[in-house]
Write a protein that binds this ligand. Structure first.
Ligand SMILES: NC(=O)c1ccc[n+]([C@@H]2O[C@H](COP(=O)([O-])OP(=O)(O)OC[C@H]3O[C@@H](n4cnc5c(N)ncnc54)[C@H](OP(=O)(O)O)[C@@H]3O)[C@@H](O)[C@H]2O)c1
Length: 387
């Protein structure tokens, strides 16, 4: 006989890990989706199935499969990112990331599970919002925007569930800052997160719509003050964050760069771009002009090659390459330069190693994977033309 199952998106760390542990105690088998598996020895491994997921690269099939599994009767989304920083210190890639992870992908997952939530059978669903989603949050403007999207979504859809006669609801858990997670660069500490997880699970099973920890003692008054005078509250909140020492105005994103010809675009190119994007947040690709690759004319004109590369979901920006990748650094200030491993030890890359030594740039050498290469395709085309 199959056990009842719970899906935890983000269950490898922080509050997700603590909720996972609680749900195991409640007799659930777990389907944990996260970027890395939970550390060994914390959860009973025979009861946990791990699925790789990156909410920046939405895996619709994975969530469909889990949603269709009738043993699954609980969904909790705890994956999330954010930080306290003034707006000008957010790179556009960070804005994209925060809104995608905390709001867009999260809401998409609820859409995929919605038939189950809307159904007659009991289904327990919840998501980590934040108190930042319930009021303005100067110096966390992007995070607040992302969380506001999610809490408003939950608030709205719960009314639809009620109107359709479903007894199921989505729980919005909107705490202020808590300890025991990796969120502010800390470590997982179940002794810190255990009681919050216990409360969350209790609210999930009660099919409540909202849980703001310490609401009566603290946040009822805070929200009242905010609603009475949002401007005054905002100024106070800004000052409070500044004085708390939690402001982190450092650069957070890793910018990657690689250059290439990308003539006769093939799966080897695609794999290269995918692997590069896995190692950075914002990938800039410099495309060489015709004749720039081993002195050969390209089959495809530059503008078309740029359009093809730019249409690839792993690429954030396409530019004309520079004569030297080091010249491109002066323009784009990238943190990682990606290149095939056969360039390692060449005069050019030895020069780059020297040039980047004091600039905080890593040169990442990728081993070439076996795939159709441009050279093979060129050879075939030339042979066919000669027939
Ligand atoms: N901690 C707080 O003070 C606080 C306060 C209010 C609300 N919250 C909310 O609570 C939730 C959980 O936070 P936490 O404190 O438990 O943080 P956490 O320890 O950092 O856990 C978040 C989890 O989300 C995962 N994640 C991040 N980006 C992802 C992506 N692109 N795809 C898939 N998984 C991804 C993380 O994986 P990696 O570690 O591999 O990136 C991590 O396992 C978040 O939504 C947060 O906004 C936290």
């Amino acid at each position: 006989m199959c056990n009842k199952k719970a899906v935890i998106i983000g269950g490898s760390n922080g509050i997700g890990l603590a909720i996972s542990k609680k749900l195991l105690d409640c007799g659930y088998d777990l389907e944990i989706c996260d970027r890395i598996p939970p550390e060994e020895g914390i959860l009973e491994e025979t009861k946990v199935t791990y699925h790789f997921c990156d909410l920046m690269d939405f895996d619709e099939d994975l969530y469909q499969k889990l949603a269709q599994n009738q043993d699954v009767e609980l969904l909790m989304v705890t994956a999330g990112i954010g930080r306290i920083a003034d707006f000008q210190y957010h790179h556009i890639a960070e804005i994209d990331k925060m809104l995608t992870v905390d709001a867009v992908s999260t809401i998409k997952i609820f859409r995929i599970f919605y038939e189950r939530i809307l159904g007659k059978k009991d289904f327990y669903a919840g998501v980590m919002g934040s108190i930042s989603g319930w009021m303005s949050s100067p110096s966390a403007s992007v995070y607040a925007a992302a969380k506001a999207a999610t809490v408003r979504f939950v608030e709205s859809v719960n009314i639809e569930l009620e109107a359709y006669g479903s007894a199921n609801r989505i729980l919005d858990v909107s705490p202020a800052s808590f300890k025991g997670s990796r969120f502010y660069g800390g470590k997982n500490d179940l002794t810190e997160t255990e009681s919050l997880a216990r409360d969350i699970v209790r609210h999930l099973f009660a099919r409540d719509v909202r849980f703001i920890p310490n609401y009566e003692e603290t946040f009822k008054g805070v929200l009242e003050r905010y609603h009475n005078d949002p401007h005054e509250y905002g100024l106070h909140s800004y000052q409070y964050k500044k004085e708390s020492g939690r402001l982190d105005n450092t650069k957070r994103v890793k910018i990657g760069y690689l250059s290439g010809t990308f003539d006769l675009f093939h799966v080897g190119h695609l794999n290269l771009l995918k692997r590069a994007k896995e190692q950075c947040d914002y990938l800039i690709v410099g495309v060489h002009g015709s004749g720039a690759w081993k002195g050969k004319e390209t089959f495809i004109p530059l503008e078309e090659r740029k359009a093809i590369v730019g249409a690839c979901k792993y690429v954030d920006k396409v530019v004309d390459s520079c004569k030297e990748d080091s010249d491109a650094w002066a323009l784009w200030h990238y943190d990682r330069l990606f290149v095939g491993s056969d360039y390692k030890g060449t005069e050019r890359f030895d020069r780059y190693e020297e040039y980047f030594k004091d600039k905080g740039v890593d040169i990442v050498y990728f081993p070439y994977t076996k795939s159709t290469s441009s050279t093979q395709i060129r050879k075939k085309i030339t042979e066919n033309a000669a027939r």
